[in-house]
Design a protein around this ligand. Structure first.
Ligand code: ZN
Ligand code: ZN
Length: 328
């Protein structure tokens, strides 16, 4: 197929980090077992199941619950996703580093590797066709096997350009090289603090939950759930998976995210609980974050069709948005 001219693509893709030359670049490829993430996930899950069952205690469970919530909320949702990948708010560099470091603690990948995976998926899902791996397009068990322990090898990858602010950053490059080893200092600390039970629950069970939960919400959020807005011409629509709002720290509002990828706020309507946004709002009051982008701050997208107009009205009526609008 010929090179698509930029005018044939939605305008929203003009400034995307990914760029393809022909459709097969996001469609043709093979899924193979990954000798990086496969043994990593299987080893963590086995240690969590066997070691965790033998060493369960109230203290270990509290460490697991607290640690998991912390890295998913501050690390994955705020650090890796809303800041590093989408740059949807501004904050001091030290805070960005802290949030992204906590995101690496989820155990999915290094910060740059995670950004690459997200961007390829995000770009491919907005095109008319993409590989089933990128759109969670197969059945539940096949998707679990693929996403948890396999990798997609495209026949000819599209180009991906990461800005030097991230790609050349020495701290991010260090985390990228050492993302698995970043669990070790915490494993040692937990072993010293509470023995093997704290290691199995505080590290292995936390990583297993983070990786498994990331796949599960990815599967659900592209196959089951509410659609309030449609991105016309896209290979797959995002879905809002309401019952997981607190567990996912607001990341479950994926229909909203497909519509407004650059928004720092994911839960837009009344009742769409978004713990990540609650934390950002609190940090904004202390002056630790600013320039939070909302749907109305983003360029219009002609390919976006809203099915439930009331959702937009509710989003604009939120207390924090009104405060912000009055202040600017
Ligand atoms: Zn998606
Ligand atoms: Zn995203």
């Amino acid at each position: 197929m010929n090179t698509p001219s930029r005018s044939e693509l939605p305008a929203a893709l003009a400034h995307h980090r990914v760029r393809h030359r022909y459709a097969a670049q996001v469609r043709d490829g093979v899924v193979r077992f990954s000798w990086t993430k496969g043994p990593w996930f299987i080893g963590m899950a086995a240690a969590a199941l066997l070691g965790g069952a033998l060493t369960a205690s109230a203290g270990a469970l509290a460490l697991y619950a607290g640690g998991t919530a912390l890295v998913l909320l501050l690390g994955h949702s705020l650090g890796s996703h809303r800041k590093l990948i989408h740059d949807s708010f501004q904050c001091p560099r030290w805070l960005e580093y802290l949030l992204v470091y906590l995101g690496v603690q989820v155990g999915l990948a290094g910060p740059i590797g995670l950004l690459r995976q997200h961007e390829l998926r995000d770009y491919a899902q907005r095109l008319p066709h993409c590989h089933d791996f990128l759109r969670h397009g197969r059945g539940f068990w096949r998707d679990a096997w693929w996403q948890l322990v396999c990798e997609l090898r495209l026949a000819d990858e599209p180009t991906l350009t990461i800005e030097p602010r991230i790609a050349a950053d020495r701290f991010y490059r260090f985390l990228e090289r050492s993302w698995m080893a970043q669990q070790l200092p915490w494993a040692l600390l937990f072993w010293w603090w509470g023995g093997w039970g704290f290691v199995f629950w505080g590290v292995c069970a936390r990583v297993t939950t983070g990786v498994l939960g990331h796949w599960l919400i990815g599967y659900l959020a592209h196959n089951h759930g509410e659609i309030h807005r449609v991105v016309e011409g896209a290979a797959v629509q995002g879905r809002n998976v309401r019952f997981t709002s607190l567990l996912t720290m607001g990341e479950c509002w994926h229909n909203n995210h497909h519509a407004y990828p650059g928004s720092a706020r994911l839960g837009l309507a009344r009742g769409e609980w978004d713990p990540g946004w609650w934390v950002l709002s609190a940090l904004a009051r202390f002056g630790l974050v600013w320039s939070l982008r909302l749907p109305q701050d983003l360029p219009p997208r002609p390919e976006l069709k809203t099915l439930v107009p009331a959702v937009e009205a509710n989003a604009k009526a939120c207390r924090f948005c009104a405060t912000r609008a009055a202040a600017t």
